[in-house]
Design a protein around this ligand. Sequence first.
Ligand code: TEU
Ligand code: CA
Length: 564
Amino acid sequence: MTAITEKQAWWKESIVYQIYPRSFADSNGDGIGDINGITDHLEYLAKLGVDVIWLSPVYQSPNDDNGYDISDYQDIMADFGTMEDFDRMLDKAHSLGLKMVMDLVVNHTSDEHAWFVESRKSKENPYRDYYIWKDAKDGKEPNNWGASFGGSTWEYDETTDQYYLHCFSKKQPDLNWENPVVRKEVYDMMNWWCEKGIDGFRMDVISMISKDQSYADGIVRDGLYGDFSPYVSCGPRVHEFLQEMNKEVLSKYDLITVGETGNIPVSEAELFANQDGSELNMIFQFEHVELVPGKIGKWTDKKPPLEALRKSLTKWQTTLEGKAWNSLFFDNHDQPRVVSRFGNDSEEYREVSAKMLATLLHMMKGTPYIYQGEELGMTNAHFESLEDYRDIESINAYHQYVDNGILTAEEMIRYLKEISRDNARTPMQWNDSENAGFTTGTPWISVNENYKEINAENELADPDSVFYYYQKLIKLRHEYPIVVYGIYNVLLPNHPNIYAYERVLGNQKLVVACNYTKEEVACSLFADYDLDGEDVVANELISNYKDHKLGILKPYEARVVLYD
Ligand code: TEU
Ligand code: CA
């Protein structure tokens, strides 16, 4: 007898692990992570217990944005290896019971993609309408939009005296999804990968593929450029396009699909990840990692307050209940490290706060995503000098704001240390040998200097490590249907220090309490259980402390108790 009333699915019951190939493991000493490096470490992921791997792009790319600028969707980047290496990795993953999700980057290509090379040749070229070309307006760019990686979204091309649109860098021209031929090319390519045996797609900025055809000016917020979001994020035809993609590709295979959809309201998520399955399984929304508005854009060094975090996560948990499926994440290759950002990465509290944040996230309803190194409690790199940064977003933003006198250099470095995407992109820390065992050569980006202490080898030898804590959280999700399917209710909704919630399934109740601070906090949630443990039919499933203090949560303490 099960109390589960909603539709069950393997992708609801799975835990996903994201690999950023460039920074995971280098097998040939050139300083760049690669596919054979991943293949060598698949047993590690099987041991952690995850079900699915999401691979950031491994396609051919000139690497303007580390592979998110693709020049051939059906070939592998030389830095990463060959298609044979890929096939070997996929086979081994499958033999270990691991599924493989590909990153699908189809809002834009690289300017070195054959389609764009043709497109820019002439207005009559058959590939011209694969991209978005416009005439100058009043002798200037077609509108005032600012690109995500600095400058205008429009790049002038002399050959044909027109501008092309690029929402990201100028080496990432946006594809023209209004053109049915482009859509067919994309679906054909996706089908090709599905036939190869991959298990799903993570869809890069998929909410941006349909543009409002007015191309009107945006509101200027940074004193320089207009905001394109209202015209690009969830454009008029985005759901039509995804339903078409679903019909042409997704519905034909048993896949896991997750769309990256920044900046969208819950009502849109209900469409993207609807229960009928006509679009995607789930989406990544970013509200909970964008709680503190920067002085400009995302640039801030402030810690997200508990109240805002609870309000945001609770909103997504409760509003989507019964309507759509949530994804759960704190970290990815674009975000700083969770323990540094939301927790406390000091020697004293790093492990305990990393475990607390893991508990907070992994006991919620949705499919959890772990970003490489998160399971070790890896921290921000906190690079002090611009020379250490490699990320196009960080470097361009520095120049855009510092060179124009909008932020001081000192201020911008302070923000980069807390928020730069490179904090997530330092090499995976495997052991305490030189370069953390990531490479025998010179790494493309510096290794975090704390690798001697924080590394996989140390943690695998320590039963109390962050690694084994994640392993246990993963096991709990696999063993207890309430962790997957229980309904979420927030508890102590106004508590200044504790984030608590329950999950309810039939007669079962799971109570989760997390102390978000480094102070001891009074908490009566488990008093009945602690006082008369034998009478109360309950058991503690996990905690980051071995012993508890009656009526108290210790610094960053997390506890999960199941009442049957
Ligand atoms: O990111 C989408 C995106 O909007 C980013 O600008 C994100 O908000 C930002 O990185 C946060 O600082 C996706 C990919 O995840 C990212 O790595 C790519 O650079 C980007 O698309 C372009 O493909
Ligand atoms: Ca390599």
